[in-house]
Design a protein around this ligand. Structure first.
Ligand SMILES: Cc1cc2nc3c(=O)[nH]c(=O)nc-3n(C[C@H](O)[C@H](O)[C@H](O)COP(=O)(O)OP(=O)(O)OC[C@H]3O[C@@H](n4cnc5c(N)ncnc54)[C@H](O)[C@@H]3O)c2cc1C
Length: 475
């Protein structure tokens, strides 16, 4: 039996697969397969090797209960591991509550989303809000499957973003908040400094660097106490029709059917911007405003996280690399070219030349520092910025994107200490990855304590746990 992920770039070939009905059945499966490798998956919306498993595979979609309780002055939901975010939001909304943080889509499971540090913009990642994880694993002395609650210290910090490496997550306790409204409007700017200045007024904003036009579209967002706008439904329809479907269909047509770089560049310079309605201010429920149907069409993505003080240089570098990859330039600017030569990557840059025409706006989201060991926004007193690079090339025609993703990850990790998203394309060597996380050793210790036999690892996570990369300072 074979399963493929959303991006069709990972294939799972488990030796056995189960969809257990409850926690007891999970324990029985673990006891039956003692000594074998066991992994759990969510909805396979990750592109990285984190989803792989060639041993026993568990899909916990039937563990999807949601219970919301006040805990002191906070609201805490206990959520079955396989509950999709969309179901969780619906259940919370019944009680007038919602999540603190959301990604762009809601198809992921709660366990899957936290396991790779899923994030939105203007808040911490979802992992940060986790206050407890109920975990099935093996008891070290009896060897029997057992359940443990991780609710404090480094075990909790590790469980908040664990790449599936601690054991089978049965349920997640996550802090929630009262439902709230978000007001949004779009503007366009040529100056990054203006975009960043706007954060003070619009803390939830995210923005897009539009390739080939090289301006910024800013999705200004803030919490707002006004009621839902009269035209909120129309605005949702506009987003669905024009952005989620219209824009992507246009890109698919240009990238997959016409395959003309000239037309792709023209579309981004002139046509696509014409569909964006500027300054239409709309207020809507947060759980409607913060998400989109970004999963309507298959694509692949790499996303890298840089600290605030590296953002300006990182975006300039990305823009120049895209021009070289698209064949519009043959070298970077003098200072970036020098940096690449300093890394000995001039051949990699020459190989990238004219191999890939980037064809999607680069989404930039601010993520506040997480209290975790290894989520991408972990550590550092500064905010992190996630830069995403998406390709809609057909799965069989992704060679150019792979070259581009590999170049970006390798160069940006060395130049800007950029951390690739654990759930997205992650083309670094394991020691390069672990060296980006000062607390990776602490994560390794928790994994080795909870899973001393390494049965909850796949080849990739096992290699990460064995890697010897040590964290360096940001150059
Ligand atoms: C269209 C699209 C849009 C996206 N948008 C965003 C976004 O806005 N922001 C963002 O940060 N990410 C985004 N992602 C990435 C996505 O949120 C993550 O990759 C997430 O991990 C996927 O969740 P999943 O439920 O599909 O889990 P999977 O991809 O199936 O698994 C992810 C990891 O979780 C582990 N896992 C799952 N369930 C369990 C369990 N019960 N016990 C132990 N381990 C478990 C798996 O072993 C694996 O390591 C997007 C992905 C897609 C395809």
């Amino acid at each position: 039996m074979q399963r493929k992920n959303f991006g069709r770039n990972q294939v799972l070939q488990p030796s056995a697969a189960y969809t257990p009905a409850d926690e007891q059945e999970v324990l029985q499966i673990l006891d039956r397969h003692r000594g074998q490798r066991i992994r759990a998956v969510g909805r396979l919306h990750s592109w990285s090797e984190a989803v792989l498993g060639d041993g026993v595979l568990l899909d916990l979609r039937r563990l999807n209960d949601v219970r919301l309780r006040p805990d002191g002055d906070q609201l805490v939901a206990t959520v079955g591991a396989g509950c999709q975010i969309k179901r969780l939001l619906k259940e919370l909304d019944r009680d007038g509550a919602t999540l603190h943080s959301l990604g762009l889509i809601t198809a992921q499971t709660i366990a899957g989303a936290i396991s790779t540090g899923t994030h939105g913009s203007g808040r911490n990642s979802m992992s940060h809000y986790v206050v407890g994880v109920r975990l099935a694993r093996y008891d070290a002395s009896s060897g029997q499957a057992t359940i443990e609650e991780l609710s404090a210290g480094e075990p909790l910090q590790a469980a908040r973003c664990s790449l599936g490496s601690l054991g089978i997550i049965l349920a997640v306790k996550i802090r929630c908040r009262a439902q709230y409204h978000v007001q949004e409007h779009f503007t366009e700017s040529r100056r990054l400094s203006d975009v960043l200045d706007a954060e003070a007024s619009f803390p939830l904003q995210q923005f897009y660097l539009v390739p080939w036009r090289w301006s910024y579209f800013i999705q200004h967002r803030r919490e707002h106490d006004q009621p839902r706008s009269r035209l909120a439904r129309l605005y949702r329809l506009y987003w669905l029709g024009v952005m989620d479907y219209g824009l992507i269909l246009q890109i698919l047509f240009l990238e997959r059917v016409v395959r003309s770089r000239r037309l792709i560049r023209l579309a981004f310079r002139r046509i696509i911007p014409a569909f964006l309605i500027r300054n239409w201010r709309v207020t809507d429920r947060s759980s409607s405003m913060l998400v989109m149907r970004h999963d309507a069409f298959r694509h692949i993505e790499i996303e890298v996280f840089v600290r605030r003080d590296k953002l300006v240089d990182a975006l300039r570098f990305a823009q120049e690399a895209i021009k070289v990859a698209g064949g519009r330039e043959s070298t970077l600017s003098a200072d970036n070219q020098q940096r690449i030569e300093g890394l000995g990557m001039q051949e990699a840059l020459a190989e990238l030349h004219d191999q890939y025409c980037h064809h999607f706006p680069i989404c930039v989201r601010r993520v506040l520092p997480d209290d975790t060991l290894i989520s991408m926004a972990s550590g550092a007193g500064e905010d992190w910025y996630a830069l995403s690079f998406i390709s809609y090339a057909r799965p069989a025609r992704r060679a150019g994107f792979s070259l581009f993703a590999s170049f970006m990850a390798r160069s940006m990790s060395r130049l800007f200490h950029a951390r690739p998203h654990w759930g997205k394309v992650c083309p670094l060597e394991v020691n390069e990855l672990t060296s980006l996380y000062p607390k990776f050793d602490a994560f390794r210790t928790v994994c080795n304590t909870l899973d001393p036999q390494g049965v909850f690892q796949n080849d990739w996570t096992a290699a990460l746990l064995e890697a010897d990369g040590s964290a360096g300072d940001i150059p």
